[in-house]
Design a protein around this ligand. Structure first.
Ligand code: NAD
Ligand code: MG
Length: 395
């Protein structure tokens, strides 16, 4: 509101798909006239990170990759932009004063820096869903304790957030998460067994980072989103439904006890959810495509198939079991994902590995604090590594 007062923001994971879209929204909403960028972070893509830092006038640019410190230093020589690297660099970025932080690092790597920003009271725009899947209520509590807001960026959760009437939370019956079904929606398991990462990453509607694209094909992304919804909206697992909606126009819905269902619709473009998170509760004017209903003509729905996409069943198990099963599922899947893109295991092995690790670590007690979350994450990665090695040996 205050004329002339610029908003200070930070983007963790600025070089990624969400990060780049966030910078596009920032540009659309006035760029350096309206925003001061405290920090940007990336990892291997030094040229892009340096370019983003120069264009946005960032104070600090951080590469997560320690080995690229000198590359970043030479790319930004003479600009006056501060640089840092590695885990400590990410924490430094998160600590910088900025009232709004986009959490757009992929995977559990984003948890520590996002927590740091949350604890100092920043509003957290959360794309990095793995934070919630791993740390659950501990993460939500950290944001609340810091005094900032937790604003979802995941399109489904943004849709639910927009469809929730604040004073009618008690009247919510169910949350309906829509899923595109991914590129293998109609495929048999036999056919999926042989796919490469190159084939699996081609999403029909959304253009996204590699991990979430593969996760859309296996529906593991939806599994993460079920757990994300449980913690964000404080609902019971049995209140969370998934429906396959191949056009990705309805981004998700909230069903109320009077039979009403409130949905949020839009073209599949993350900038709408990002813009909403940036200016909430205001809606910014954005240059994104508008829906043309006559052109759309129809919206389709079908029940998800948990036989072909076991990830959904694993998410239910993780929610029912509670404790650290979300952290364990997430870490095992992330490890399996890296093995899949390296060509070490098959597409269907990813869910098998996650399930095996969840079962092996089923007796891990609930977390008393964040250290337990990090320990469970590490234990699950180690177990997943063993299961992957055993599979490779058997193949
Ligand atoms: P991406 O792979 O395009 O970008 C990831 C970002 O994280 C990059 O800036 C990268 O440099 C950084 N990064 C990677 N490894 C890192 C590490 N070890 N330490 C620190 N930084 C690291 O991913 P994305 O598609 O933009 O997704 C980011 C997050 O947003 C994910 O949690 C994803 O699930 C979520 N999300 C993405 C979309 C989308 O449309 N892309 C939609 C909803 C939610
Ligand atoms: Mg999503």
């Amino acid at each position: 509101s205050g004329a002339g007062k610029k908003r200070r923001i930070t983007i963790l994971g600025s070089t990624g798909s969400i990060g780049s879209n966030t910078l596009d929204v920032v540009t659309q909403l006035g760029g350096r006239e309206a925003f001061e960028v405290a920090a940007l972070t990336g990892s291997g893509n030094i040229a892009l990170l340096a370019e983003q830092a120069k264009v946005s006038g960032a104070e600090l640019a951080v590469t997560a990759d320690e080995g690229r410190y000198h590359d970043l230093k030479s790319a930004l020589a003479g600009t006056g932009i501060e640089i840092a690297a590695g885990r400590s660099g990410l924490i430094e970025a998160a600590e910088r004063e900025a009232a709004w932080v986009m959490a757009a690092i992929v995977g559990t790597a984003g948890l520590a820096p996002t927590l740091t920003a949350a604890r100092r009271g920043a509003d957290i725009a959360l794309a990095n869903k793995e934070c919630l899947v791993s740390a659950g209520d501990l993460f939500v509590s950290a944001v609340h304790a810091g005094g900032g807001r937790l604003i979802p960026v995941d399109s489904e959760h943004s849709a639910i957030f927009q469809s929730l009437e604040d004073d009618q939370r008690h009247a919510v019956e169910r949350i309906v998460l829509t899923a595109s079904g991914g590129p293998f929606r109609t495929w048999t398991r036999e056919r999926m067994a042989g796919v490469t990462a190159e084939i699996a990453r081609a999403h029909p509607n959304w253009s996204m980072g590699l991990k979430i694209s593969i996760g859309s094909a296996s529906m593991f992304n939806k599994a993460l989103e079920m757990i994300e919804a449980q913690h964000l909206f404080d609902v019971r697992p049995d209140q969370i439904e998934v429906v396959v909606h191949p056009q990705s126009i309805i981004h998700s819905m909230v069903g109320y006890r009077d039979g009403s269902v409130i949905a949020q619709l839009g073209c599949p473009d993350m900038r709408t959810a990002i813009g909403y998170a940036l200016t909430y509760p205001d809606r910014p004017k954005l240059n994104v495509d508008r829906l043309d209903f006559a052109k759309l003509a129809r919206l389709d729905f079908e029940a998800p198939d948990e036989e072909r996409f076991p990830a959904l069943r694993l998410a239910r198990a993780a929610m029912q079991r509670g404790g650290l099963q979300g952290a364990i599922m997430n870490a095992a899947e992330e490890t399996a994902f890296h093995a899949f893109i390296a060509g070490r295991i098959g597409f269907l092995d990813m869910a098998d590995i996650a399930e095996a690790v969840m079962d092996r670590l089923v007796s891990v007690p609930a977390a008393a604090g964040m250290d337990d979350v990090f320990a469970a994450d590490e234990a699950a990665r180690a177990e997943a590594g063993d299961v992957i090695a055993a599979k490779e040996k058997a193949a």
